[in-house]
Design a protein around this ligand. Structure first.
Ligand code: NA7
Length: 534
């Protein structure tokens, strides 16, 4: 099919970023069209339907704060919302603001080309759309391009294969099957306990052991919800004052772990463990900065692992050796205890690597593991994958692939030199995946809408990050990252999980100074950006 349309803005993606961007643009009087590859809204929560999929940020925090009636009327049922509930929320938002009429589903954007004469973007899709917009907003998500490793023989496997990030909508019944899970990141850690209950045998193929802290998920207490809703906006403001955009109500965390007496340290870590969730890493202010401090927390969690897992040899293999929090900390429900089940087996790929996938299963150096199903819980080409698979061409024919050949380069994680009027929501160089995504998304959408409003008000045609500002920003992000322990392991934050991807630390730690800087840039008339007249 073919259609031609002119709009103020083209938005790519109908996850939480795209939905709010569309609503915001429309409410400020701009016309917009959204293209979405899925057949409905929800982004990450549309695709990641694996068993046990759940957000690791608490539901009362992982929600939009831009509409009072929305936040007052929507009822979360659990401390950590499940994927189906979050998807229902996304659908509720789409219905409430009548968003679907401007979203083109089942449509993948294939190319976007900047036309200098008209300062517009021409966008093409796999269904033949040809749309011209003054602005192009990439709401493509940070974890939306599934990473399936190329393992020799994978195509010959006679059983069924699944990726956690593109799970079948109708679900999968593993009853009576021998199942292999490759990977031990968050998706694996959430799904393994549930698959283990169904499957006849479950073999977990672990390349790097992960740290996990308990979720202690439970039904929300209606009284506590009511109390929080009575001051929801104050709560949201507090969120924005935390480094990660969540966990503002958990007291403490100001001092150094190295200054704490041993019994005080174990009391505090135990308190955080009993509280549950990612706030464990907020126990002290140097856990992600100082190796020695980090060791104390890592040691505490490894000791918990040894209490939970009965077989010391299995516990040894499950014990992570990297810095805790260097890879995103997993939040689990019964993950390590699952290895006490007689039908669950662990293959440590460090000692016993995969040689090939065969028609009958997975062959490692010690032999074949017969399987009827393989689950790839192997993560994503994070932060840049979804952007780079679109053929984006900026000024002077420069492609984004060329511009980012040595790793992503942005100004504020919002704009890219050479690509005028293009915005990346939660792009590399912004706090994004190190924060509560809903806080970062809301911040970016509002900043972008203000920026576009500024251009309209001042009769400007284009905004583009300048090279020097971008250069300085990339240096700044690297410098901030270098003060942390994040660059010390092979995480997807660095692109290290995807063979051949340039190793660059992509997100920027610390939400409040970043948000303040973005506000300053806007107040100063968009310092670091070049603004041009028609
Ligand atoms: P992650 O966290 O990237 O985990 C992927 C896992 O898959 C991780 O254990 C990887 O090991 C493993 N992996 C990747 N490639 C291979 C190959 N080739 N062989 C064996 N094992 C492999 O993705 P998730 O989906 O679990 O979670 C993503 C985010 O979603 C998470 O952080 C939360 O924010 C929600 P590695 O560690 O690279 O050695």
């Amino acid at each position: 099919m073919s259609s031609t349309r002119r709009v103020d803005a083209v938005v790519v993606g109908a996850g939480f970023a795209g939905l709010y961007m569309l609503h915001k643009l429309r409410s400020e009087g701009f016309s917009a069209v959204v293209f979405e590859a899925g057949d409905d809204v929800g982004g990450t929560w549309y695709w990641n339907r694996y068993p046990g999929a759940r957000c690791d940020v608490e539901s009362m925090e992982y929600s939009y704060g831009f509409d009072e009636e929305l936040e007052q009327t929507w009822e979360w049922t659990e401390r950590y919302a499940s994927q189906p509930e979050i998807l229902r929320y996304a659908n509720h938002v789409a219905d409430r603001f009548d968003l679907r009429r401007d979203i083109q589903f089942q449509t993948r954007v294939t190319a976007a080309t900047f036309t200098e004469a008209s300062t517009t973007w021409r966008v093409r899709t796999d269904r033949g759309h040809d749309v011209v917009g003054q602005f192009l907003v990439m709401a493509t998500g940070c974890l939306s391009s599934a990473n399936t490793p190329e393992i020799s023989g994978a195509a010959t496997f006679a059983g069924s294969s699944f990726h956690t990030g593109t799970w079948p909508h109708e679900g999968v019944d593993f009853t009576g099957q021998r199942v292999g899970v490759i990977g031990t990141g968050s998706s694996a850690i959430q799904s393994i306990p549930i698959i283990a209950e169904q499957a006849r045998e479950l073999t977990v193929f672990q390349r790097t052991a992960s740290f996990a802290v308990p979720a202690w998920n439970q039904a929300l207490d209606p009284r506590a919800v009511k109390e929080l809703k009575a001051e929801y906006q104050t709560f949201r403001a507090e969120q924005r004052q935390t480094a990660t955009g969540f966990g503002s109500r958990i007291k403490g965390g100001d001092g150094s772990a190295l200054d704490a007496a041993p019994d005080e340290l174990s009391r505090e870590l135990q308190r955080r463990w009993d509280y549950g969730g990612l706030s464990f890493l907020g126990a002290y202010n140097d856990l992600l900065i100082d190796n020695q401090a980090n060791d104390l927390a890592a040691h505490f969690v490894r000791a918990k692992l040894r209490e939970i897992v009965n077989d010391p040899a299995v516990a040894d293999k499950l014990a992570p050796t990297q810095v805790i929090g260097c890879k995103r900390l997993c939040v689990d429900t019964g993950y390590w205890a699952t290895f006490n089940r007689p039908n669950v087996h662990l293959v440590d790929l460090q000692d016993d690597p995969i040689e090939a996938i065969t028609p009958a299963g997975i062959r490692t150096t010690t032999g074949e593991h017969p399987l009827e199903a393989i689950v790839y819980a192997t993560g994503f080409d994070a932060m840049t994958g979804a952007l780079l698979r679109i053929d984006i061409t900026g000024r002077g024919g420069l492609s984004l692939q060329e511009a980012w050949a040595a790793g992503p380069r942005t100004y504020l994680g919002l704009g890219v030199a050479g690509f005028p009027n293009l915005f990346t929501i939660t792009g590399p160089g912004s706090p994004s995946v190190l924060t509560n995504m809903l806080v970062s998304i809301q911040h970016h959408v509002e900043w972008i809408a203000d920026c576009i409003g500024h251009l309209r008000q001042n009769h400007l045609a284009a905004i583009e990050a300048t090279e020097p500002a971008q250069e300085a920003w990339v240096d700044y992000v690297n410098t901030v990252a270098s003060f942390t322990l994040f660059p010390t392991c092979n995480s997807w934050y660095l692109g290290a999980n995807v063979p051949g991807k340039t190793r660059v630390f992509m997100p920027l730690p610390g939400f409040p100074p970043y948000a303040e800087h973005c506000a300053h840039v806007a107040r100063s008339g968009y310092e670091g950006f070049a603004l041009t007249t028609p």
